[in-house]
Design a protein around this ligand. Structure first.
Ligand code: AR6
Ligand code: MG
Length: 323
């Protein structure tokens, strides 16, 4: 047996599982704080380091992870994004208690009523949604296609367009998928060179507004800023533009430390579950699932499509990649 190859592949399996479980963990950690400002979180709770009681219980996930599971299932079954099948799976998995965005609710309702997948997104907004809903679920596309970034972009775009067709919604999803793919390619034992990482992302990012946000993140990374400043500069909102660059910042700022990156993401306030989920996906893709604190993993819900199921989905995706 080729020992070196075995070791490398094991690392990659952990990265696949890390991207999926990172989404789940960040989502669950952030959910109880959704809608609070950075200042309120700092004054009321300090650093967020524990899974606290939430609407559906401590360690439960929201629409972010539910949609990520649907996308991972479709990739595991088809090997690529099959939009019709993805639309059907998002509807099938839908649980109205998990806090879906208003636009996504309308799209899923239209899909359920039989509107074709390439027409349904207009049910939310005539020009499509610019929300972060397509970006928050995209980790499986990023890890599965990390070896081929052109293919990754195509897959990210088609997966986004099942619900989000506004150029900023699609571009945000592509940027997050690329960042997950690049993070998976980094050596998990080394820190990521932030300037190089951001430069590489900018090669692929065509929207000026996203490029400007990445330049802003680069400047902010040069020295310490409190979460409130980061939230003001990069955003903590439900739009893709005002949340994906902030997540990339949190990943890079505490580069090499899953707990600190995701804790920082939640401390920005606002859309805490989604910024937590996207930061968790990036840190998990870089460091692997073993970097997620055991007490956080232990606290995650573990029902029918819970912790063990998502771990297994990561393994199934890795098997597809191996083929
Ligand atoms: N024009 C104006 N406002 C828009 C537009 C548009 N074209 N698109 C989006 N918005 P949505 P999501 C605003 O509803 O992306 C959940 O908590 C509008 O205010 O498509 O699936 C998730 O966990 C709209 O309500 O949702 C995420 O955290 C909002 O952006 C978050 O919601 C979100 O777009 C977004 O999920
Ligand atoms: Mg959510």
């Amino acid at each position: 047996m080729n020992i070196k190859k075995y070791t490398l592949d094991k690392t990659l399996l952990l990265k696949f599982q890390g991207a999926l479980m990172g989404t789940f963990t960040g989502d669950a950690l952030g959910m109880p704080f959704e809608g609070l400002s950075a200042g309120k979180i700092a004054r009321g709770f300090g650093r967020i380091e524990d899974m606290v009681e939430a609407r559906l219980g401590a360690g439960t996930y929201t629409d972010d992870t539910e949609m990520m599971i649907g996308l991972a299932e479709i990739l595991a079954e088809h090997g690529h994004v099959q939009p019709q099948a993805l639309a059907g799976r998002l509807v099938y998995n839908f649980n109205g208690d998990r806090g879906y965005g208003g636009g996504s609710l309308k799209v899923l309702r239209a899909l359920k009523e039989g509107v074709p997948w390439d027409q349904a997104p207009k049910a939310a907004f005539a020009e499509g949604s610019m929300g972060n809903g397509a970006a928050m679920r995209i980790a499986p596309v990023g890890v599965l296609n990390h070896h081929d970034l052109e293919q990754l972009e195509k897959e990210a775009e088609i997966s986004a367009k099942v619900t989000h067709t506004h150029p900023l919604g699609v571009e945000g999803a592509k940027l997050q998928a690329l960042a997950v793919g690049l993070a998976a390619k980094e050596d998990s034992k080394e820190r990521v060179d932030s300037a190089r990482f951001l430069e590489e992302l900018k090669i692929y990012t065509k929207e000026t507004s996203f490029n400007n946000a990445l330049n802003c993140a680069d400047r902010l990374l040069a020295r310490y800023h409190d979460p409130e400043t980061i939230a003001n500069e990069l955003g903590n909102e439900v739009t893709a533009l005002r949340s994906v660059p902030a997540s990339i910042y949190c990943f890079l700022k505490f580069n090499g430390d899953f707990k600190k990156s995701v804790s920082e993401a939640v401390s920005l306030g606002g859309d805490t579950d989604t910024i937590g989920a996207m930061t968790g996906a990036l840190a998990g893709a870089h460091l692997g699932v073993n970097a997620i604190p055991a007490e956080w993993l232990d606290a995650l819900e573990n029902g029918e499509k819970g912790r063990d199921y998502v771990m297994e989905l990561g393994r199934r995706l890795y098997k597809i990649w191996e083929q």
